[in-house]
Design a binder for this molecule. Structure first.
Ligand code: SAM
Ligand code: SF4
Length: 478
């Protein structure tokens, strides 16, 4: 077959695999990245136009330090122009680490006999959620190993439990899921519990390399995982997140794999993924992989900037696997969500599971273990507007990132005011005096920044709502 770099060789058909490894390598090997070409691609993205696979290949091939700087500068400009200064905060909650798969990079894998297997029972789950609420969290992602105990009904029930827990003024307003791919019926069951995003990471998009790291269990089936989010869409779960585990294979291939996955979902379901995650492998109990494809900090920061330009209207999620310094840098390229106050040992938020083997209850090591308060303080110091907003989801506005990107004025009319309202709640209920002072200053500054850019009634309503929050009302949004 003759290779046409603008058109994918595999036609997009719902529920059918869509990755052609030779196509991706053809693009990487046969695309030149001279200065003009790179600048033209960056400009196209800055004009809010969708990049093709070939154009993304131009960016991943740009090796010259000056061009890499241009790419990073482009990502920073896109972020400033389109997204502003909000960063949405969430926390992961590990529900259970039983696992029948054998992924060689993961501490939960079935052959890791060191791992202490735990599943939160209902009272433990409730205590974990209470502890998270007491620190100010509003958005969680529930994480599960892949095991017959974690059936769709079980996952749905844990989601319902989480939504019911209220502690003081605390409540969880959005529950996302990171769990194994399900069948269509299973996705329907979980969807009915009112989940936000269902995340499945492909880990590596390269089918042969995938086999090397997935030695047993259902996850060894590359195609079943690849088409997992198609089944979610077929089941009506239209808010999905994709991801690749960087360090398993060539990072350039994975970036193109993520873009190809985005194209596939757009072609088949008219909606791309809500979010993209790009975890880098960190040390884990019993980790059994070589460092052949490990991604350096320089490559990592570069790939985040490329992803921002490649899929400008998709949310980018960065986690505490990354150290503080890297988190700081890549946030400026347009990361939209980060976790704060993260603990990944089962039961660690409330210390509800007592044993002295904490290390063996976690899936991998994290590199940023600061409290939520400390993360918020740093965001405020750096001029960001921390947000716990869940308004779009609760108003039935799906595709929030797409709207942010494509509806003129959407961010200023909805996202920024809502971010300020959720920050005001956080200040009233959870912040210490120093963070409270910084927080109110940031809110004042952001209100001033809106003046003249939105209708005056929006500012009046925003100020009224903030007053109401000061008087004890909660959960106000636009
Ligand atoms: N068990 C489900 C699965 O595998 O899809 C969901 C939960 S799994 C605990 C969530 C993600 O953690 C995986 O998809 C993988 O990308 C990531 N992960 C596993 N081991 C890791 C490691 N050593 N370092 C960083 N991330 C890791
Ligand atoms: Fe199990 Fe997921 Fe870990 Fe694989 S990555 S061993 S499926 S928990």
């Amino acid at each position: 077959m003759k290779f046409n770099p603008e058109k994918c060789r595999i036609e997009d058909v719902p529920m059918q695999p869509f990755i052609d490894k030779d196509e991706i390598w053809d693009l990487i090997n046969n695309t030149k990245s001279d200065r003009e070409e790179v600048l033209a691609v960056i400009n196209k993205s800055l004009n809010k136009e969708r990049l093709t696979m070939r154009e993304v290949a131009v960016l991943v091939n740009a090796d010259d330090p000056e061009l890499i700087e241009e790419i990073k500068k482009g990502a920073r400009t896109l972020k400033e122009r389109v997204y502003g200064n909000r960063i949405v905060l969430f926390a992961p909650l590990y529900v259970g680490n039983k696992c029948s798969n054998n992924c060689t990079y993961c501490g939960f894998r079935s052959t890791n006999k060191e791992a202490v297997r735990q599943t939160l029972n209902n009272p433990q789950l409730i205590r974990e959620v209470e502890a998270l609420e007491e620190s100010g969290q509003k958005r969680l992602i529930l994480v599960y190993g892949e095991h017959r105990d974690y059936s769709p009904e079980y996952i749905a029930e844990s989601v319902r439990t989480v939504y019911k827990v209220k502690k003081g003024n605390g409540e969880i307003r959005r529950v996302n899921i990171n769990a194994a791919p399900l069948d269509i019926e299973g996705f329907k069951t979980v969807g009915e519990a009112g989940i936000g995003t269902y995340q499945i990471f492909q880990e590596t998009y390269h089918p042969d390399h995938y086999k090397r790291f997935h030695l047993g269990g259902k996850k060894a089936d590359y195609d079943y995982r690849l088409t997992g989010l198609d089944r979610a869409q077929e089941a009506g779960v239209d808010d999905v997140g994709i991801g690749a585990l960087f360090g398993l294979y060539d990072w350039r291939f994975e970036v193109l794999g993520l873009v190809r996955h985005t194209n596939h979902l757009e072609a088949c379901y008219n909606v791309g993924p809500h979010t993209i995650s790009f975890p880098r492998i960190t040390d884990a109990s019993g980790l059994d992989i070589t460092d052949e494809y490990f991604v350096s900090d320089e490559e990592f920061t570069r790939l985040v900037a490329i992803l921002r330009l490649a899929v400008p209207y998709t949310g980018l999620i960065l986690t505490a696997r990354e150290p503080e310094s890297i988190r700081r840098e890549v946030m400026s390229y347009g990361v939209s969500q980060i976790d704060g106050g993260t603990k990944i040992e089962i039961g660690a938020y409330s210390d509800t599971v007592n044993d002295d083997q904490n290390l063996n209850r976690e899936q991998f090591m994290i590199n940023d273990d600061r409290s939520l308060g400390d993360v918020i303080e740093e965001l405020l110091e750096d001029g960001y507007l921390p947000s716990f907003c869940t308004a779009c989801y609760r108003n039935g506005r799906t595709g929030e990132h797409f709207m942010e990107f494509s509806v003129p004025g959407f961010i200023k009319t909805y996202c920024s005011p809502n971010a300020m309202l959720t920050l005001a709640e956080y200040i009233m209920d959870y912040a210490n005096d120093r963070v409270a002072k910084m927080g109110w200053d940031v809110i004042d500054k952001n209100i001033k920044d809106l003046e003249g850019k939105v209708q005056p009634r929006i500012i009046d309503q925003l100020k009224e709502k903030i007053e109401l929050i000061k008087q004890g009302e909660r959960d106000l949004y636009f």
